[in-house]
Design a protein around this ligand. Structure first.
Ligand code: ZN
Length: 291
């Protein structure tokens, strides 16, 4: 079995070939430009390889309603050239194999729950914290979609009273987690990129405050057995213990589970990084083949 995998990102496209166990055998990437020229590079990678199915883990928002005539189209992305682009249909038509598409973060949570940091668990949340913030949910072993799909980045937050920003950087909301905690928010707040903030800078505690709210919101709604935090901002590993501590404090002892007595094992880094999304795309391809 040879599975095709595409992790479609706003900055770059990562293409991969994987075996039936989700092991990546070969991969390549190209920068995301205008849709037609980018598609040419993607197809050039897969054409000539005898893939049995293709899985796509994409940036969004994307139409995932199974009965929709525009299923698999990118929808109202700020990347205007990609708005309404039929990513799924174009790839499926060109490659002529079974295809599946989901969000990049749903791909990542699927991969981490099957093969990575959430191995063996049926209820996991994966958050990515970088240029944007997004989250994928596996609940009862199923990826969660719903009306559109979860948009964790835009969960409304309590602003920290000492935050120098009076409102977040999200153009849509004054007080959402992406607006307060994405990389560009840190840049806007401290006038330097997140990776340049000194280890003892109070910006990290503020970041942990917002990410902890996000984790607590997830714990109170979808009740994950583990939370996986990935993305560029999480390269600052000291954030993990800060987030765990803030989560424990915010919970106020309310949730009763022995699992939560070991926060080090509850809020964790991804194990498949940086390939979580790509491996997830391969697993989506496997699902498409099974159907
Ligand atoms: Zn927002």
């Amino acid at each position: 079995m040879l599975l095709g995998a595409l992790e479609a990102g706003g900055t770059k496209m990562v293409m991969g070939l994987a075996d039936g166990d989700g092991n990546i055998l070969k991969q390549a990437s190209c920068p995301t430009r205008l849709p037609e020229e980018t598609l040419g590079d993607i197809l050039a990678f897969f054409q000539g390889e005898k893939i049995d199915a293709l899985g796509i883990a994409t940036f969004g928002p994307v139409d995932l309603r199974a009965d929709s005539p525009t299923f698999g189209n990118i929808t109202n992305t700020p990347k205007l050239a990609w708005r309404n682009f039929p990513l799924y249909a174009r790839l499926k038509d060109a490659l002529g194999v079974p295809c599946a598409i989901d969000t990049d973060v749903n791909g990542a949570v699927l991969a981490e729950a099957e093969l990575g940091a959430g191995e063996g668990l049926k209820n996991c949340v994966y958050f990515t914290v970088g240029t944007g913030i997004g989250g994928g949910v596996l609940s009862g072993g199923q990826l969660v979609h719903g009306l559109i799909h979860p948009e964790w980045g835009h969960v409304i937050m309590n602003r920290h009273p000492e935050d120098p920003l009076q409102r977040g950087v999200c153009p849509y909301h004054d007080h959402c987690v992406e607006g307060y905690a994405c990389g560009p928010a840190m840049q806007a707040r401290w006038a330097m990129p997140a990776q340049e903030l000194p280890d003892d800078h109070r910006g990290w505690a503020l970041e942990a405050h917002y990410l902890a709210q996000l984790c607590v919101d997830a714990m109170m709604t979808v009740s994950p057995e583990r939370i996986i935090l990935g993305g560029g901002v999480m390269h600052h590993e000291a954030l993990y213990p800060m987030v765990r501590q803030a989560v424990t404090s915010m919970l106020g002892g309310y949730l009763a589970s022995p699992v939560l007595s070991d926060m080090d094992s509850y809020i964790v880094a991804p194990r498949l990084y940086p390939d979580s999304g790509l491996v997830g795309a391969a697993l989506l391809a496997k699902q498409a083949l099974a159907q």
